[in-house]
Design a protein. Structure first.
Length: 300
């Protein structure tokens, strides 16, 4: 008798099906990796274009198909030290930092207080007020823009930072209130009961127990608030009139002059520099961002 090949049979089961399955899995894995690389290329293309554009003269940016210039220059970055319209570049960054940090402080304080009230305190009309608060998420920003502008104009607060910061300290960001509320609801009630037995009131429980345990939700809200405030263009455009009070987003607009040649090189260079604070802030707290988003809907 001629023995059957070892590769043909193993335990009485043909090996051809296993080979075909492995081939299909390998082909599917290859397609998945190719698709992921293609998606990554699409996502990173604008960033690569900005980096290449910042190293080109302004005349070569528009209409050029090359991502990177053959002769890179750093003149665009050097011109940033001269400022825009006799205003130092650092002025715009200081103004944006002031607004971003102030917005973060206001959101964390006001939204956490509102979330604690909804989560831990029983009062008449709580469910109705919570429903109305969630309903504000359906209102577009532009619907409230005109009445808010008229209100601040009558209060003579135009061309100040008050219209851009006041809402942050009044818990008007319903999304962050909802995020913190869901996190606080999952905290064990035994902690509150033990604190009350020790004589703690709501303020002490909020400050000493609830806030430390809600650190992932707080840092998640801080990251989103910082990014939104730093990139905000509509708010400063409406309420700020003096260039000395402009933020980075409005400072970028000053590179385009209708009466002269637009400095696209300087604008792109400043855009790239403006990404660094947001990127650094995100990288410093990304671990807490993932923890907050992952645990905000879990049961305690």
């Amino acid at each position: 008798m001629v023995p059957a090949p070892l590769g043909a049979l193993r335990g009485g089961v043909p090996m051809s099906g296993t080979v075909n399955t492995s081939a299909r899995r390998g082909g599917g894995s290859l397609l998945w990796h190719v698709g992921a690389l293609a998606l990554l290329a699409v996502v990173l293309y604008p960033v690569i274009w900005v980096i290449g554009g910042s190293l080109k003269p302004s005349d070569d940016i528009i209409g050029s198909l090359d991502l990177f210039p053959t002769d890179p220059i750093v003149e665009n970055y050097r011109r940033l030290t001269d400022g825009i319209a006799d205003i130092p570049i650092t002025t715009f960054f200081v103004n944006s930092t002031f607004l971003a940090v102030g917005s973060v402080a206001g959101v964390l304080l006001s939204c956490s207080l509102a979330a604690y009230a909804f989560a831990k305190i029983r009062f008449p009309g709580r469910n109705l007020m919570f429903a109305l608060m969630i309903g504000t998420l359906l209102l577009p920003y532009h619907v409230l823009l005109i009445p808010q502008y008229v209100l601040f104009q009558k209060l003579e607060l135009i061309n100040t930072y008050v219209p851009l910061l006041l809402g942050k300290y009044l818990a008007t960001d319903a999304f962050f209130v909802f995020l913190m509320l869901q996190f606080m609801r999952n905290l064990p009630r035994e902690l509150d009961e033990a604190a009350r037995l020790d004589g703690c009131g709501h303020l002490r429980i909020y400050w000493s127990i609830v806030l430390p345990l809600c650190r992932p939700a707080l840092i998640t809200s801080a990251i989103f608030t910082f990014i939104n405030a730093w990139n905000d263009f509509m708010g400063p455009l409406i309420y700020l009139n003096e260039p000395e009070k402009y933020t980075v987003s409005l400072g970028l607009k000053m590179f385009i002059d209708q009466d002269a040649v637009a400095d696209y090189g300087g604008m792109i260079a400043m855009s790239l520099v403006a990404l660094l604070p947001v990127l650094a802030f995100f990288l410093a707290f990304q671990r807490y961002l993932i923890d907050g988003m992952a645990t905000s809907g879990l049961k305690g």
